[in-house]
Structure formats: structure tokens, C-alpha cells
Design a protein around this ligand. Structure first.
Ligand code: PGA
Length: 248
């Protein structure tokens, strides 16, 4: 099955009104791109990005979403709120949320459920640390992270989930997984889904994330199970982000 590539920029806690305007304007000016493209911006800039992206095929996403619906949850933002500002996607379970903010597999699973109930497509991030890789635990860790969501949502929900395999040791470090290292884990993830439903496994898009750049995007995305990228640092530079989109 041929899967359309999906490239998402994860701006993290970067940007500002003027910088965002320049970046999004440059992305729009590139015209048609050969992939599904999204930018995941900080909450306060969703309205600005929504406005700027009007008339563009570039979709909007958030970097997090609450597992709650509404009410006394200070500091949280619901999926419905994100939908009101035009979000299609929400990143869920990014490794920075897991490690710096203590998000657990169970909480991330609830976030995926809520995001889908609100009409968002979760971009579910999974991946091992360097210590886990060196201890040969990559598959165990990735399977645990995946299974937590699978048991909460069921396999059918994966028709509307994007998975991002992000080895933690490659994020923001300049160290990229080799295409083969990434492919091996992507294939493992797809096989694990296929054990429950082969059709859904064949259609789910699995992005690679972790120091993807114009110089390595093409060879990574040439691998059979790598269906795009979740781009941090390089998504802040229009030229680099567009080069990755064009490599898709
Ligand atoms: P990076 O970040 O491209 O800067 O490594 C990727 C991510 O954290 O999603």
C-alpha cells in the first residue's frame, strides 16, 4: 500500500509573532508540496497561525492536549479548544513531555483517546533512550509505549493516528538514527499493529523524528516503513523545512 508522506514541524517553545509570520509566509509561498504538511505551534500562536494558513494546504497542530474534557484543570487546554483554532493534529507523548513533565504511558493513552473524541489526529510519539538502546531494550520499550495506547483506543483508532518514532538520543542532538536503524524499529511497530489488524497496520503512517535535516531526509524517507518526519530544529528555518518536505 502506498502511504502519503507526512511532514510535521514541531516548533517546541520557539517563535514569536514576527518570526512566525515570516516563517509561515515563506512556507505558504512555496506552493504545492508533495506531502501532507503541518506545523505544530505553541498554544498562544494558534490563532495567528490559523489566520496565516488560510487558503494554504498546510495544516495546523498543537504540541500537547489535555486528557480532560473541561473544568477545573488550571493550565490545561482541551481538544475542543484546539479544534476551534483550526487544529487538525496534536502531538501526544513527546519525549520531552514524558521526561521533563512526567507524562506516563497511561496518561498519554488517555490523551490519545480524548484527542480523537475531539476530532483531532494524535501524533503519538514513542522511542527509546540511549541507555535503553544500549541495553537492547528498544523493542521492549517501544512495544510498551505502543501497547498502552492500543489497549486504551483499540486497533481501529489507529486508522486516525500518526505515529512518530523518535529515538530520544537523536532528538536535538544532531545524532540521527541510520536509515536502517530507524527502518528496523518502524517495521517492528508496523508488525506489532499488524498482529491485530493487517489492513490498519498497512495504512498507518509512521514518521521518523530526531535530527532529521535536508541532508538526511531523503535517505530516511526512502526506507519502506518511514512515512515522513517530525521535525524539531529544522522546522524553524523555512528553507530547511521546505527542503525536507520536498524530499518526501
Ligand atoms: P529535532 O526534534 O528535529 O530537533 O531533533 C525532533 C522532535 O523532538 O520532534
Amino acid at each position: 500500500m502506498s502511504r502519503k508522506k507526512i511532514i510535521a514541524g514541531n516548533w517546541k517553545m520557539n517563535g514569536g509573532l514576527a518570526a512566525n509570520q515570516a516563517l509561515v509566509t515563506a512556507l505558504k509561498a512555496a506552493g504545492d508540496l508533495p506531502a501532507d504538511v503541518a506545523v505544530c505551534v505553541p498554544y498562544p500562536y494558534l490563532a495567528q497561525a490559523q489566520q496565516l494558513l488560510q487558503g494554504s494546504a498546510i495544516a495546523l497542530g498543537a504540541q500537547n492536549v489535555s486528557e480532560q474534557t473541561a473544568g477545573a484543570f488550571t493550565g490545561e487546554v482541551s481538544g475542543e479548544m484546539l479544534r476551534e483554532f483550526g487544529c487538525t493534529y496534536a502531538i501526544v507523548g513527546h519525549s520531552e513531555r514524558r521526561t521533563l513533565y512526567g507524562e506516563t504511558d497511561a496518561q498519554i493513552a488517555r490523551k490519545c483517546v480524548r484527542a480523537q473524541q475531539a476530532g483531532l489526529v494524535p501524533i503519538l510519539c514513542i522511542g527509546e533512550t540511549l541507555a535503553e538502546r544500549e541495553a537492547n531494550r528498544t523493542e521492549t520499550v517501544v512495544a510498551e509505549q505502543l501497547d498502552a495506547v492500543l489497549s486504551a483506543t483499540g486497533i481501529a483508532a489507529f486508522a486516525n493516528i500518526v505515529i512518530a518514532y523518535e529515538p530520544v538520543w537523536a532528538i536535538g542532538t544532531g545524532k540521527t538514527a541510520t536509515p536502517q536503524q530507524a527502518q528496523d524499529v518502524h517495521a517492528f511497530i508496523r508488525q506489532r499493529l499488524a498482529a491485530q489488524d493487517a489492513n490498519i497496520a498497512a495504512q498507518v503512517r509512521i514518521q521518523y523524528g530526531g535530527s532529521m535535516k535536508p541532508g538526511n531526509a531523503k535517505e530516511l524517507m526512502a526506507m519502506p516503513d518511514i512515512d515522513g518526519g517530525l521535525i524539531g530544529g529544522a522546522s524553524l528555518v523555512a528553507e530547511d523545512f521546505l527542503a525536507i518536505c520536498k524530499a518526501a
